[in-house]
Ligand binder design. Sequence first.
Ligand code: NCD
Length: 351
Amino acid sequence: MKHIIDLANLSKEEFNEIYDLSVDMMENADKYSKSLEGKILASLFFEPSTRTSLSFTTAMYRLGGKVIGFSDPGASSVSKGESLKDTIVIASQYADLIVMRNPYEGSALAASLYSECPVINAGDGGHLHPTQTLTDLITIKRYLGRINTFKIGLCGDLKYGRTVHSLIKSLSKYKGVEFVLISPVELRVPTYITNLMDELNINYEVCENLDEAIPSLDVLYMTRIQRERFDDIYEYNRLKDVYVLTTETLKAAKKELLILHPLPRVDEIAFEVDDDERALYFKQAKCGMYGRMALMYKLLKEHEKTASEKISNNTEKACSNPKCITRVEKYLPKLGQNSCTYCEKALKDEK
Ligand code: NCD
């Protein structure tokens, strides 16, 4: 476990260790309050964040470590045209651990190629968000009592919602998890995700109607429509209010349903739902802080500073995804077989 780029790379045993550690940290906070004393986290947010960045910062402080970094790339050398590579090489010499959020898909993997310390992906464009998935898995395990054999409905923007992509990839490793993918036709999950589910023989349904789906669900994962990822604002306005979870909708749901949301919420969960005891999204955010504490603790305790591996091209093909990091950072090695190693979208022959 050197870098955390995609949570699906974590084995079940590694997840269980992190889960147990996060529960111990919840219950015995004092025991850990100096455990990362002397360690420095570089928090590099090239895209806005409230929860994730505050959660990492608080997590580091609660373990006795310190935090450097930026949350406004306009205030860093990136605005002078500095490459991702140079930013990362430098930050990894100052800090013991890097947490990065960047709008380009595959940017976290790209950063890990040049970092001398572990890199944690805090969101790479619309691609993945592994520490949100860690948060989600910890919450499900804590409140459902297991992370296998249940039915989860994912509702909203399944196309651009990176938390959805990460969560499906990770849950696909557990037995008996059934998925209901609830979205407008325009916002369905990318095909690389459904291809993966098909390959693994995962049981999933695709539907557009939340009211029809809700009665059979054990977990409902609501997401906002991701305005910043739309190329066409009219399309966003047309789709933004398509799902609103209300107390009325919940009448048809199971009594033990877990209602999750990675937050921020826009209008997709009515405020009246907050008082329903099935609404777990605020508790989920707290689980996320302990999960991040456990993850950083484990990464730093395990890590010996080693030079990053030298990686060179293994394909001549270019990525077809205009939002892939390889489109802007041209020095990156070209990697992949049928799909791009950075963002998982299809490769294409160069003209
Ligand atoms: C999510 C994200 O950034 O992708 N938020 C988060 O990390 N808490 C979800 C979102 O922005 O909708």
